[in-house]
Design a protein around this ligand. Structure first.
Ligand code: NCD
Ligand code: ZN
Length: 346
């Protein structure tokens, strides 16, 4: 008998859409399955002011396929010279849903990020007061810290002190990859949320490094050892209300990934919902998928969940789509490294 699963339409609480030709190509892949997405501001140059966010939102809306039902939730990129008043006004008017903080140098296009956290205290205070969520790329960047430890060190050295100093600041720890982050989120109050990506629920560092280097599994934060992946799956499939989907789908062309200095980022929008259904199915937790993809995120962002629904069907193995064609070059789609038997009903 065919197994089906119907849930409220999902949202993606962390998405890179890029700009220009790349935006044109990847936007339909998200708009097909997701009703809303938090749009990352790490363009070059980044989306820093309200005016930048309005212009970027308009380019996204112009690139939407006819009939698409998709709302981009805009963010501002926090710099050391961000004006608190601009942030508060942008949120009050409904233009932005969150502010993104990249420690300078942490990841792709983060050079304009924060070096000295004292310089953003005024903005963080204003955000706490106005209830504006801060999305945090949770890794320290000091050379001497091992890349596999950067998230755990970040919690202790940066995240916890900032949350203690700015009580009430609503923070999303994004794309968590460690058991340490899972534990920290579980013991925190409702002012801390966390997103988990599709790929971090499916791959560990062996997938990147064993049997030859696999650049299409390389992203930041980098996937950790298997016990961390297991902790992520346990948390995501538990229904815990402060954890939700943020795909961090981050397209780069095949040429820039398959290079002697390959870019960080996994492009997963096209296959995320089938992959997640498989992860939750394998964990015996299909009844918790809707909380993770469609309920917990809106609750944290104080929005209503979507009314429309999506149906998933279990059947033949999913074929991983061919690389997405873009005018910038092909973009390889995430390969989940295990059979996926779920499909989105079209
Ligand atoms: C992202 C990108 O390519 O913009 N890359 C990634 O590996 N996740 C940046 C980010 O979110 O860290
Ligand atoms: Zn990202």
């Amino acid at each position: 008998m065919t197994q089906t699963l119907t849930l409220r339409r999902p949202d993606d609480w962390h998405l890179h859409l890029r700009d220009g030709a790349m935006l044109e190509a990847v936007l339909p892949e998200s708009a097909r399955d997701f009703a809303r997405a938090i749009i990352m501001p790490n363009l070059v140059p980044p989306v820093v002011t309200s005016a930048d966010a309005i212009a970027y939102r308009d380019r996204i809306l112009a690139a939407l396929p006819d009939g698409a039902d998709f709302t981009p939730l805009m963010t501002l990129y926090l710099t050391e010279s961000t004006d608190p008043a601009d942030v508060v006004a942008a949120h009050a008017s409904g233009l932005i849903s969150a502010v993104k903080l990249y420690p300078a140098g942490a990841t792709t296009n983060s050079a304009s990020g924060v070096r000295d956290f004292d310089k953003v205290r005024g903005v963080l205070d204003a955000m706490a007061e106005a209830g504006i969520p801060l999305c945090f790329h949770g890794e320290v960047t000091r050379d001497e810290i091992d890349i596999f430890d950067r998230e755990a060190v970040f919690i202790e050295e940066v995240l916890d002190p900032i949350r203690q100093r700015t009580p009430g600041l609503r923070v999303v720890m994004e794309h968590i990859t460690t058991a340490d982050a899972c534990a920290y989120v579980k013991e925190s109050d409702g002012s801390l949320g966390a997103t988990i990506t599709t790929h971090h629920l499916m791959i560990n560092r062996n997938h990147i490094l064993v049997g030859g280097i696999k650049p299409h599994y390389y992203c930041l934060p980098v996937a950790k050892r298997e016990s961390h992946r297991e902790a992520l799956v346990e948390l995501a499939t538990s229904g815990f209300e402060h954890v939700f989907l943020g795909t961090d789908s981050a397209p780069h062309t095949q040429a820039t990934k398959e290079s002697d200095c390959g870019c960080a980022g996994v492009f997963s929008s096209s296959v995320t919902m089938p992959c997640l259904a498989q992860v939750f199915d394998d964990a015996g937790a299909l009844d918790k998928l809707e909380a993770f993809t469609s309920l917990n995120g809106p609750a944290f962002y104080r929005m209503a969940p979507n009314e429309a629904t999506m149906t998933l069907i279990k059947g033949t193995p999913l074929q991983i789509p061919a690389p997405l064609t873009t005018d910038d070059g092909p973009v390889v789609v995430f390969d989940p490294a295990r059979p996926v038997h779920w499909h989105v009903k079209r």
